[in-house]
Design a protein around this ligand. Sequence first.
Ligand code: ABN
Length: 174
Amino acid sequence: MNRFDRWFAHASRHVARHTSRRSFLTLLGASLAGVSGFPVLPVARAAEQRGSAAADPVQDPNHCEYWRNCGMDGFLCGCCGGSSTSCPPGTEMAKTTWIGTCRDPSDGRDYIIAYNDCCGMSTCNRCMCGRHEGDRPIYYPAKSNNVNWCASASTNVYHCTTTLLLGLSEPEPP
Ligand code: ABN
């Protein structure tokens, strides 16, 4: 018998001497109950909820299908180091903007959305999104989303575009 076999035989005898069948089954049962109970813990449930919200692209600001992106033409700032409502560090928000109206599927109402460009760093090139709802050809500049609004910033270098919710497009019913 080699050293490993001797050690293994000794360890097995030790376990057999100190563990009754009942205590082994108790331990096994407790660990199985613990594992099966894990998904009902609040932490597990919260993670599940986050997962399902993120899985719906219509509710995810970093997806082109996000409902506020209906008139988008540009790179989503949330994929470029900023967020859907803030410019990435080192860039500056343009002062003029393209305005669109998008319907929020969760309440069926129309909201005014400003598509403010962020300027001052080279094109982000991540999460390009061209939806163009309500967009008109470039020869109607005020109605076209295909405009570099960085012309109104201190540099005309375009980086990405945000989506700012300005409010309901119609007044609240009385
Ligand atoms: N407003 C987004 C954009 C920037 C540069 C060129 C076209 C469109």
